[in-house]
Design a protein around this ligand. Structure first.
Ligand SMILES: *Cc1c(COP(=O)(O)O)cnc(C)c1O
Length: 374
C-alpha cells in the first residue's frame, strides 16, 4: 500500500463537516448547551425553563418565515418521517397527489398509499436529478411537494398550484427549510426536522401550519377517523400552543435549535440564511462547471439545490476514494447518497457552513485529485 495522503493544514476548512443531515452544528451552539446546562438540561419539560425554549423556537420561526396571522408553529417527536404518518392521518381527507423525484419524496406517497381509509394517491414521478410539477386534479385535497430532494440535490420552487382552492399544499422542507427562500402564502403545511439547515440534532418534527391546514386537522377529527394519540395532529397542535410537546422531547435538541434560529434572525433572517447557502452553491457549481473532471449532476441550473450539491466526477477518478481520503483527513460526510449509485460527491451547504469552507473544500479536492493521479 502507498503512503496515506495528508492534506496540508493550510488548505483545510476550519470545520470539516459537510454532511446532509445530521449536519454541521456551529461551535457556539454547542457552547450554549453547556452554558444553559444545569438550569434547563435535566429539568421538567412541563415547567417554565423548557417551555421558554419551546417558545423561543415558536416565536423565532414565526419571525424567520414571516408567518401571517393565524399560522401556528406545531412540533412533536419523531422527525419528518413521523410527520408523514401524522399527515396521512390528519391532513389528507380522501386523496393526495405526490411529486416523486427521489428517495425522500417517495416515502410520503407510500404512507398515503398504505392507508386503508384513503383513496390511492396520484404520484407524478420524474428522473433523479429533475423535479416534476403538480397538476390541478379534481378530487385531490392535498398536494405533497418537497422543497429540496436531499438524495439528489434538486430543489423546486414552492408555488401553490393554480386552480386548487381548498386543497392543502404540504411541503416536505426537511432539508430546505431555513436554507432556501419561501413565501408562507404558497404553503399550508411546511414541515421539517432540526438536523439539516437548522443545525441541531434529529428527533423532532416541526410544522408551520396555515389556518386552512389547522381547520383540516380539526375537520378530520370531527369526522370520527380513528387516529393513534401519538399520530394525532390535533393533540400536537393543542400542546404546541402551550409551548410543550405531547411526550418528552430531547431538550438539548430544542436548545440548539433555538440558538440556530436566533442566529439566523439576528443576522438578517431568511434572507441572510438562504444567502449564505446561495453563496456556497455558486462557488461549488461554478467550480464544478469549469473544472475538466467534474460536472454538476443536476443539469438544469434552476433545479440545482443551494443546500445540497451533487457533483459528478469523470470516470477516471473514483469519487468514493476522494470521500474516503477526505474522511481520513477529518473532512467528513461527502459521500454520495448510497442508493443513487453515481460516481459523485454530495456536499451539504446549509447556512451553518461558512462559504469560505466551501472554497477550502474545493482546494482539498483538487489537491487529492492531483495526488491520486501520481
Ligand atoms: C432527512 C430528510 C427526511 C427524514 O428526516 P427524519 O427527521 O430523519 O425523519 C425527510 N425528508 C427529507 C427531504 C429529508 O432530507
Amino acid at each position: 500500500m502507498s503512503e496515506p495522503i495528508i492534506i496540508p493544514n493550510n488548505l483545510k476548512p476550519v470545520d470539516g463537516r459537510f454532511g446532509c443531515g445530521p449536519s454541521r452544528i456551529r461551535s457556539s451552539v454547542i457552547s450554549a448547551l453547556t452554558s444553559s446546562g444545569t438550569n434547563i438540561l435535566g429539568t421538567s419539560h412541563r415547567q417554565k425553563p423548557v417551555k421558554q425554549v419551546v417558545n423561543r423556537v415558536r416565536t423565532g420561526l414565526t419571525s424567520l418565515f414571516s408567518l401571517p396571522e393565524g399560522y401556528e408553529v406545531v412540533l412533536g417527536n419523531g422527525g419528518s418521517t413521523a410527520f408523514w404518518d401524522i399527515a396521512t392521518f390528519g391532513q389528507i381527507e380522501k386523496k393526495s397527489q405526490h411529486l416523486n423525484f427521489g428517495e425522500f419524496s417517495s416515502k410520503f406517497a407510500e404512507a398515503a398509499k398504505a392507508a386503508p381509509f384513503l383513496d390511492d394517491p396520484t404520484v407524478i414521478k420524474s428522473e433523479p436529478g429533475t423535479h416534476p410539477l403538480p397538476i390541478a386534479e379534481s378530487g385531490v385535497d392535498v398536494y405533497a411537494l418537497t422543497h429540496n430532494e436531499t438524495s439528489t440535490g434538486v430543489s423546486m420552487p414552492i408555488k401553490r398550484p393554480a386552480g386548487t382552492d381548498g386543497a392543502l399544499v404540504l411541503v416536505d422542507a426537511t432539508s430546505g427549510a431555513g436554507g432556501l427562500a419561501v413565501s408562507a402564502t404558497e404553503f399550508d403545511t411546511y414541515y421539517f426536522a432540526p438536523q439539516k439547515s437548522f443545525a441541531s440534532d434529529g428527533g423532532l418534527w416541526i410544522a408551520l401550519m396555515s389556518p386552512t391546514a389547522l381547520a383540516r386537522a380539526a375537520k378530520i377529527k370531527e369526522s370520527g377517523r380513528w387516529v393513534p394519540a401519538f399520530f394525532d395532529l390535533n393533540i400536537a397542535i393543542e400542546n404546541s400552543k402551550l409551548d410543550q410537546t405531547y411526550n418528552t422531547p430531547a431538550v438539548a435538541t430544542l436548545i440548539m435549535l433555538a440558538e440556530q434560529i436566533e442566529w439566523m434572525n439576528n443576522n438578517g433572517g431568511l434572507k441572510f440564511a438562504a444567502g449564505r447557502s446561495a453563496e456556497s452553491a455558486s462557488k461549488m457549481y461554478g467550480w464544478a462547471d469549469k473544472t475538466s473532471y467534474t460536472t454538476p449532476f443536476v443539469t438544469d441550473p434552476a433545479a440545482r439545490s443551494n443546500v445540497v450539491a451533487t457533483i459528478n466526477f469523470d470516470e477516471s477518478i473514483d469519487a468514493l476514494e476522494i470521500a474516503k481520503v477526505l474522511r481520513a483527513n477529518g473532512i467528513v460526510d461527502t459521500e454520495p447518497y448510497r442508493k443513487l449509485g453515481k460516481n459523485q460527491l454530495r456536499i451539504g451547504m446549509f447556512p451553518a457552513v461558512d462559504p469560505a469552507d466551501i472554497d477550502a473544500l474545493i482546494s482539498c479536492i483538487e489537491y487529492l485529485v492531483s495526488a491520486l493521479a501520481k
